[in-house]
Write a protein of this length. Sequence first.
Length: 515
Amino acid sequence: MTTDSITAVEAGPRDRVHAVRHRYAHRGDRATVQDWAYTLYLSVILGAVYVAPVVYLVRTTEALVSLPTAEAATPVACLVAAAVVGGAQLTGRFWGPLVLKPFLLHVFMSTDLSPTDYLGTIARRRLAYAGLGTLLAVCTATFLTTDLFDRPGSALLPQTLAVAVGIGAVAPAAWLWGQVRTVRENVLLATAVAGAAAATALLGSSSLLGGNGPWLVTGVLAAAAVLLGRSAFRSVRTVDLARLARESARAAEAQTFAWTGTLHHALDLYRPQPRGLTSALTRPDGRLRGHLAQGAVRAVRTRGRAIAAAVFLPAGGALLTLGVAAPDARLATLSWTAGAVGVYLGSGWVGESWRGLRDELTLAPLLGEWWGGMLARTLAWPVVAVAVPVGLASAVTLLAGRPPQGGPADAVLLTAGSAVLVLGARFLREMKMNLPVELLLPLITPLGDLSALRVFVWQFDGLVVVLAGVLVMNGMPSASGAALVALAAAACCVWAGLRRTGWSLRSLATRLRRA
């Protein structure tokens, strides 16, 4: 037996895992010092030019959320904690801390090591980084959106920092739980978190605790972090390695798309696959059903996206109506923006119709061209699927709340305009192709090369259009002017989306007339 073989036998599992990861980290195609330096340079430029002015503007204006007492801060802390835990669970279902590089995972699976030996070591390090990142994110958000840091001597500030530490501890545990546990167990955990958050908020906001509500939240978060962490780490040894290998391969492909500038392709990899109801697309005589029926069946076949749309669209419609009817300008802007973003996120389930149009315009026809009823096929279901839930939520909000200042007509006009703007932004996003090469050309300014900013805007163009459009509409003096702005922005989005496929409105109209 040689010296190397004796050393390999005597080395423990941790040393063997460290040796494999060290050898893989020093492979030939790793990032160079110049690559890291350029990334740091871009981060500094973007932070100095765009992030720093926004932070200064936010800090020099009145805080968005005022929390003068512990009784007022406790429900907000519970809401933030529940949202962070739920988001961590959802993230773990798609990209958890156990996801490795496919080759590295294959090497570990080919050895005699148990999954706890190599996955547990890697998970602990990643969870530590995730906890630190969550703590910094929560503290930064609190600093920017609340007035808690404006009172340095207040007794509420230490309690706020303790709650942030508790959220930073429970979020990594929920992240690991979301990956190693089943869907049913994740749903049960989400339900339990919602119930515990509601009970803690009610108890902490009362006068029974004498202003110690945030300490109660911290204790609940600490206990939850310990329980979830122990249970999640015990489940690592029973993780499905075949499913983990598929997740790792998908994550590697998505990371390649993201680094090459096609983030939408990376997100498409995580789009849920349709299941069931295949025969429902056709009538008993074999003919296809109507456009609305086809769209509804395709939407229901992806249950996760249908549930998300059922939550985001009505909530977004209600927030839109509250925003356009709110008398306070700051509250109106915040509610209007949140509602528009909610409708944009919920309208993702109508994207299949527009992606089909994109393929029809860009790919070669296999069975000959068929343009008849194209407008009905591409507009019927998306418009109805967004207009109906948003309209119902808006009507209920108007009937349940007090009448808006400009009257119900202005509120309906602004809500409808916002929905049209969101549909245009969604159309622009779904017609996206590969990253245009001209966006990679340097954009030299006195502040440096800002070409990365153009790429960033292109990646999130739909969301940028929604945010910019809502801010412009909010600044218009009349509801009719704001509606015209929304209509013009939606028309520009349709024109730009068609241009991405190589078509224009004129060429498309000519082809439709010939058909």
